[in-house]
Write a protein that binds this ligand. Structure first.
Ligand code: F6R
Length: 625
């Protein structure tokens, strides 16, 4: 339950456990939040057991009911699964033809039956058989196999069945025939091993077991694992035993606890100065040059690239949008932003001279992973900006820049976003250095400015948080909001609107301020709250245009909420509310201007009594396409 609670951000519409003990197997499941499973376990306590599997679900096939919750049982087996089995319709017909009755709408239950059918036929071939009543009691027609033999046959069944599955999977199976072991397989869905002293763990994220062990081993695609308290054996797709790469988790379990804040999101908003500082830490070597975490791309290749394509989804894509402004300005190389799910299916023009930059907090977002694979197949080098160490995107990329923001638990991204933007600046400066677009002293100057940002974010929070929270509570009854920005303020406007949609379930739209007059201004009516992100007055061309945009919406009755630099008095006459941010270089302003929008969205959602950390219908890590 402890492990599952730490993973509930990945999906939280139902959950369940299966436990194998001396008396056999118990399965307990519940629809709703993980607390419901706790209640179900109290109502029907399972027998003592030392082997178990559990799951929190984010529905893909079938509604979030108890029946559809994992684990799914078939014969002697119980199975949990993350991912999507794309050929499950065909396979469902096959297991039904084999006489199996399926009780759920899920693709996972089909897999459970396939696995049990395969295991049963292997047991038969080895001379074991049982009747419908199973191995125990009067149904048994032969003695049950030795546990070691049953475990080995389950490993073989797992390899054979997963080879027939199309799609993505992190699959675990247990059976009372082999008590004390869990058999697992993975393809394109995260799965990591935790190796403790006399106890072993397997999970889709190290957060599940980091309070028990920090020794982690990675499982690669199409590998099968046999896990017991003594450790793990891993086989590759050819059935050869392989030694997995191991590493030690650097952060503590307490990093994923709330630390005195009401919500994880509140905590993570306040961790932003640290997240930005951590992303910047240790980036400059003794020669004054920027270094990345893992660089497997030759400097000559970086010098020859003629285009950068950023692939990402949601908030991470907005970070990529900021990267476009910075990298184009610093490196004079064109940057395209592409939503990862659109990129892959539109036959993009990618060559060996394209650098693909994938941005992902989790490093497991399936849409982004598929885009990375597609780009690599086309000959592009991939550089990943990722927060989660050892994640699939990080492992498949040619270079990695880790954001080092620490675990982000709240489903809506905050500190990872600021860390991603910071990493994009670092990448821009790194490329400028490699390609000779900036002199070392110019790069050093930008790094100095970046190093000041954590203190400015902290000051902004200290000075403005209470006012912004009050504004959130005051506007909690409104059903529509607009967000306007120009230049780097544009992705900030998009992110402000996304945060509000996600957390408060209200209509919110972000626009490029200049686009307003081309249509969206028709939405403006008396009293409509409109947030406007105003660039620094030190860039008058940008600043004055946005001030005009404020007047356009105000003239039509909007309630204007202005985010402007300290001392920018030009906005005062047109503002119903002004939120002041400290002065910073134009390109770095998103690190400040987005913070009040995050605080506002969380405060408004809290005032409506909504769950800020786990908004409805969402999951932290979207490992399906
Ligand atoms: C929004 C949010 C999502 C993610 C997106 C990509 O608050 O969290 O839009 O940014 O699903 O996720 P990652 O960064 O894990 O690839």
């Amino acid at each position: 339950m402890d492990g599952l609670s730490r993973l509930k951000y990945r999906g939280y519409d139902s959950s369940g456990v299966a436990l194998v003990g001396p008396g056999g197997m118990d399965v307990v499941k519940a629809a709703g939040r993980i607390e419901e499973l706790g209640t179900a376990l109290e109502a029907t306590p399972p027998a003592p057991a030392t082997t178990g599997i559990g799951h929190t679900r984010w529905a893909t096939h079938g509604r979030p009911t108890t029946n559809n919750a994992h684990p799914h049982q078939a014969g002697d087996l119980a199975v949990v699964h993350n991912g999507i089995i794309e050929n499950h319709h065909l396979l469902r017909a096959e297991v039904e033809q084999a006489g199996r009755d399926l009780v759920s709408d899920t693709d996972t239950e089909v897999v459970a039956h396939l696995l049990d059918l395969d295991l049963t036929s292997r047991l038969r071939a080895a001379g074991f058989s049982h009747s419908e009543a199973g191995w125990r009691g009067s149904g048994a027609t032969t003695p049950a196999p030795a546990p070691e033999q049953a475990a080995q046959l389950l490993v073989e069944a797992m390899r054979a069945v997963t080879a027939r599955l199309e799609g993505s999977l992190a699959l675990l199976a247990i059976t009372p025939l082999a008590p004390g072991v869990v058999v697992a397989a993975r393809r394109s869905s995260p799965l990591v091993l935790g190796l403790g002293q006399g106890e072993s763990f397997i999970g889709s994220d190290v957060a599940a077991f980091v309070s028990y062990t920090k020794q982690v081993a990675e499982i690669d695609d199409d590998q099968v694992v046999l896990l017991s308290a003594q450790g793990a054996t891993v086989w590759d797709r050819q059935g050869q035993v392989v030694t997995p790469r191991t590493w030690e988790v650097s952060w503590d379990a307490s990093a994923s606890l709330k630390g005195g804040y009401d919500t994880f999101m509140d905590k993570e908003i306040h961790e932003q100065p640290t997240a930005v500082a951590e992303t910047l830490r240790g980036r400059v070597n003794e020669l004054g040059e920027i270094t990345l975490d893992e660089m497997r791309i030759d400097a000559s290749v970086l010098r020859s690239i003629d285009k950068i394509i950023v692939v990402a989804c949601g908030t991470a894509a907005y970070a990529g949008h900021v990267a476009k402004y910075a990298i184009e300005h610093w490196c004079r190389v064109p940057v395209e932003i592409e939503l990862a799910h659109e990129f892959r299916y539109r036959d993009p023009i990618v060559s060996q001279k394209t650098l693909t930059v994938a941005i992902s907090q989790s490093g497991e977002t399936m849409d982004s992973l598929k885009a990375v694979r597609h780009a690599r197949e086309q000959g592009s080098r991939v550089l990943a900006i990722v927060n989660t160490y050892g994640s699939t995107i990080a492992r498949e990329a040619d270079a990695v820049l880790y954001t080092h923001a620490g675990p982000e638990v709240a489903v809506a991204s905050t500190k990872a976003f600021l860390a991603q933007i910071t990493a994009c600046y670092l990448l821009g400066l790194y490329l400028a250095q490699q390609r000779g677009n900036k002199w070392p002293d110019e790069v050093a100057d930008y790094l100095d400015k970046l190093a000041q940002m954590p203190a400015l974010i902290a000051r902004l929070l200290k000075e403005q948080e209470a006012r912004v929270k009050a504004l959130g509570a005051e506007l909690a009854d409104r059903s529509s909001f607009l967000f306007l920005g120009r230049h780097v303020g544009y992705p900030v406007a998009l992110e402000g609107a996304l945060k509000l949609k996600e957390l408060a379930y209200v209509h919110a739209e972000g626009f490029a301020a200049g686009e307003l007059k081309h249509g969206p201004i028709a939405l403006v009516e008396e009293g409509l709250p409109v947030f406007i992100i105003v660039p620094t007055p030190r860039r008058p061309v940008l600043h004055d245009k946005v001030v005009s945009n404020i007047q356009e919406v105000r003239a039509r009755g909007a309630r204007t909420i202005i985010i402007a630099e300290e001392g920018d008095s030009a906005v005062d006459a047109f503002a119903d509310d002004v939120i002041r941010v400290p002065p910073a270089p134009t390109l770095m302003l998103p690190l400040l201007t987005v913070v009040p929008l995050q605080v506002f969205a969380a405060a408004l959602a809290a005032a409506k009594g909504l769950d800020v950390d786990q908004p409805r219908n969402l999951a932290k890590s979207v490992t399906v396409e």
